[in-house]
Design a protein around this ligand. Structure first.
Ligand code: UDP
Length: 242
């Protein structure tokens, strides 16, 4: 049997990727198809940490643009990610996948607090660990959380799941038919060209830690497995290849 290319990965699911066609809230069909795809790679033996976003429910910047205190709005955003994490946990456990949710803001009645060594132990036992509540700090994003946790748990790659595009383009492919997809990019190219892979804090953290990123389309069934098996779908962001 072919072996997966990666032993330990971090999958970043934005809130939008759980929302389905409505663009907000949690879509049951989408979350179940995502859970099935995750189950497939767990069965291949890959250790999976998941960072969930919260943009389908609440974003701090949106709250602050309406006059709300930014930090308070950001804490609301972090709590929103916990709702997504619990929904995903439920869908995975329904399919027989063992999971743990760890939160960066303590809420012991619903989840474990984030403890790095414990998270690694869960992964070694082939449990999927869902990291919720972002970094626990306002003014950050769940992209940065993915970069941080991936480095902490020594993941080999961050899989950036997108549901509207299949990689990184030089223009928006939905509005510009001439947009060209990049096969590969360096961190500096992403920063200098202002490409929407991750926010700049997250990209910088990946660059400093030499953390590879693969941007791919999760809405096509089986794509997480394809990436894990080393198929060239999507766009790879990594250190400049000399
Ligand atoms: N957030 C935060 N600190 C973090 C991670 C997230 O304050 O470390 C807040 C922030 O308000 C953000 C919201 O949580 O807008 C939801 O996260 P994000 O926007 O990254 O979700 P996504 O875009 O992935 O759905």
């Amino acid at each position: 049997m072919l072996q997966p290319k990666y032993k330990r990965v971090v999958l970043k699911l934005s809130g939008e990727a759980l929302a389905g066609p409505a663009g907000y809230g949690i879509d049951a069909a989408v979350i179940h198809s995502t859970a099935s795809q995750i189950k497939e790679i767990v069965e291949l033996g890959t250790e999976v940490g998941i960072i969930v976003g919260g943009g389908n429910i609440w974003r701090g910047v949106a709250g602050s643009s309406q006059g709300m205190d930014r930090a308070t709005a950001d804490y609301m955003g972090m709590l929103a990610t916990v709702l997504n994490a619990l929904a995903l946990q439920d869908a995975l456990e329904n399919k027989g996948v063992q999971t743990r949710v760890q939160t960066s803001i303590e809420m012991r009645q619903v989840a474990e607090p984030y403890i790095r060594r414990r998270a690694i132990r869960h992964l070694e036992k082939k449990r999927v660990v869902i990291f919720a509540a972002g970094t626990g700090n306002p003014f950050f994003s769940t992209d940065t959380t993915a970069a941080l946790r991936a480095a902490e748990i020594e993941a080999e790659v961050i899989l950036m799941a997108k549901n509207k595009v299949d990689g990184v383009y030089d223009a928006d492919p939905r509005t510009n038919p001439d947009a060209v997809k990049y096969q590969e990019l360096s961190y500096l190219e992403v920063l200098n060209k202002g490409l929407g892979v991750m926010d700049s804090t997250a990209i910088s953290l990946c660059m400093d830690n030499d953390m590879k990123i693969i941007v791919f389309n999760i809405s096509e069934e089986g794509n997480i497995k394809r990436v894990i098996m080393g198929e060239d779908i999507g766009t790879v962001v990594r250190r400049e290849q000399k």
